[in-house]
Design a binder for this molecule. Structure first.
Ligand SMILES: NC(=O)c1ccc[n+]([C@@H]2O[C@H](COP(=O)([O-])OP(=O)(O)OC[C@H]3O[C@@H](n4cnc5c(N)ncnc54)[C@H](OP(=O)(O)O)[C@@H]3O)[C@@H](O)[C@H]2O)c1
Length: 241
């Protein structure tokens, strides 16, 4: 039977490419999108490529009622969700110097990148309990790595993304705590950095194409039983916390 995967923030950028690749691999893909019109367009684009194993799930990860409704809508369509990819994310406005950045702006970033991932996970977990191998991927960033934040070779491009970096550090902590919470179950829960990828989030300044950025996410979404949980990966391997 076809396995089901849900990707949040899948109407464009890396999420869209993950959706495409997972559909090509034979999964049934639900594109979680906050905007109905943009979501419908993205689904149609995949269907035009002959990928009929895709569907739209409208969902704003910042809105509890919307996530609950999405869970109810999905439960009407499928019995088991195999893979959840918490990809929806925002960078926020620059500069984000943490000594002075507006607290409401910082909260907005956390609302999507951190609380959004937690509330999506909490809602969809019950649907994943009976999956053969339930997998959760939290799309993080190397900017969230405390080790890299404090390393000497820190890239200048990182300098102003303070609030975003902290939100991804927090997301990584969520990965660790959730993996601990679900220890002894079949769940595989990992953080993955796509690498610096040309999308709207960075005004298309990234070095990688969205297809390349999607690769490590797809790799961790399709891991096997004997592979790790509670870890942080990028395309080249493990990332230090
Ligand atoms: N690009 C990079 O270099 C890079 C590097 C490291 C990590 N990442 C991470 O990769 C993930 C994908 O980013 P991207 O580069 O593909 O950026 P993107 O092109 O801006 O895509 C972000 C996606 O998230 C959606 N989204 C934002 N807020 C949402 C919400 N409240 N509810 C549901 N969906 C929401 C957006 O929907 P709308 O179209 O409606 O806005 C869009 O589909 C993010 O978590 C980002 O932090 C990216």
């Amino acid at each position: 039977m076809m396995k089901n995967v849900l990707i949040t923030g899948a109407n464009k950028g890396i999420g869209f490419e993950v959706a495409k690749k997972m559909a090509e691999l034979g999964y049934f893909v639900f594109l979680g999108c906050r905007n109905q019109e943009k979501g419908t367009k993205a689904v149609q684009e995949l269907q035009n490529l002959g990928l009929t194993n895709v569907d739209l799930l409208q969902m704003d990860v910042c809105d509890s009622a919307s996530v609950r409704q999405a869970k109810a809508d999905l439960a009407n369509k499928i019995e088991v969700l195999d893979i959840l990819i918490n990809n929806a994310g925002i960078a926020g406005e620059l500069s984000q110097r943490i000594s002075e950045h507006d607290i409401q702006e910082i909260k907005k970033i956390f609302d999507t990148n951190f609380f959004g991932a937690i509330q999506a996970t909490q809602q969809f977990l019950p649907l994943m309990q009976h999956a053969e191998l339930p997998v959760i991927v939290n799309v993080s960033s190397e900017l969230g790595s405390l080790g890299l934040q404090t390393s000497e070779g820190r890239k200048p491009v990182w300098s102003d993304f303070h609030a975003y970096a902290i939100s991804k550090t927090a997301l990584n902590a969520f990965t660790i705590q959730l993996a601990d919470d679900l220890k002894g179950t079949k769940f595989k829960i990992n953080s993955v950095s796509p690498g610096y990828t040309a999308t709207g989030i960075n005004n298309f300044a990234g070095f990688k194409t969205p297809e390349e950025g999607a690769e490590p996410i797809v790799a961790m979404a399709t891991i096997h039983e004997n592979e790790p949980t509670g870890q942080f990966f990028k395309a080249e391997g493990k990332v230090e916390w």
